[in-house]
Design a protein around this ligand. Sequence first.
Ligand code: FUL
Length: 461
Amino acid sequence: MMDATSRRAFLTGLAGAAALPAFAAKPTPFGAVPSHRQLLWHQLETTAFLHFTINTFTDKEWGYGDEDPNLFQPAKFDADAIVDALALANMRGVILTCKHHDGFCLWPTKTTERSVRSSSWRNGQGDVVRELSAAARRRNMKFGVYLSPWDRNNAAYGTPAYIGIYRRQLTELLTDYGPIFEVWHDGANGGDGYYGGAREKRMIDKTTYYDWPNTWELVRKLQPEAVIFSDVGPDVRWVGNERGIAGDPCWATYDPVGESGGPASPGDVRAKDSPTGTKHGTKWLPAECDVSIRPGWFWHAQETARVKTPKQLIDLYYQSVGRGATFLLNVPPNRDGLIDDADKASLKAYGEYVRKTFAQPVAQASTKQLAKPEIVVDIPAHTPFNVVRIKEDIRLGQRVEAVMVEAFVAGAWNPLASATSIGPRRILRLDKPATAAKVRLRVTQTAAPAVLSEFALFREA
Ligand code: FUL
């Protein structure tokens, strides 16, 4: 186990926050660059998703909207215990499904009766958003909100009045619960539902109905540091699959287009482009990889035997964080309102692996070396290593197009690994541990002089 000081350093370490290396002349930014809120978000690397609502008690993935609110009875709900479980896996943020498609609100909203107020749980005085946001803060974890645009309960869904309701819900969440780091708008839009008893199919025009630009302006006004996630951003993009896997390459820049080639909007994006993004695209729009630790997003007893193993989570870490994206891992609370032991065991082993592997580099380039297109680091005592981590200083844009890593063995440079996109982070895992007197990184292709913020070698725990 890591000691308390290095664990704290690991958890609070800010990637790329160091001063720029010393240059003869300060380099000018290239292309799109991240905003301040995006820079903060990039530093999180791994965040947790909590899918929790009436579905947890009805064994559904999508509630129809007519379920009795009193079914929500998480008798042993303990926000601190949930957040403690997430901390085992080094989560630096947590996003809660404050309202999923069935319309049940996990906070006592003034906009609808369909909320925790209509459940006898805690005598109608419960507030899951309050408790989880406070527990996250106590654990130094950021808190974010998922508010489903599609509402299968609301009688007004499909009319302009519903947009006002949605914005009031967002306003409550963004004013009453402290700092919010991410606002998550999923792309499932319209279909059949209860709709106040109408029990009909309501389709909406996803390109115009929600009037997203004005909703996003509201988010900016209420929580200027929050990033907004959707299929198309404006701050963070969906990675295009729900398997948690970024593309290789995965560019942090992206110019999304709609399914039919026209303008893109949430719920209407050519998802095949999302994993890779757009090389030197005009918008800084990095990818977030959402995936569940279980087959479903919500907790189902029969899926406990299929919780992802630590090995699967470790692979996902390399396929998301390792390609410069953020890993958003869903860990659904059970009917007690707690995280199951099976999920906790996987989170713990995975979390320990990541902390131990990256606690101490075998070797790393000094700040002075990082300003050069070719970097050579000496390996103390030929220590074996099998992980290479490279970061660009993204404040100057995503510049590097290709790199080669080589090991000096028996008097010659031998190729070890190569990559194209780097951006905020690229982690290359070798098939087997390597030993060498020194290791070299060569930037073989770049759109502007490379400015790295890290080149380091590690050994897997
Ligand atoms: C989707 C939803 O339909 C799923 O239920 C889940 O919430 C996923 C993260 O987003 O759009």
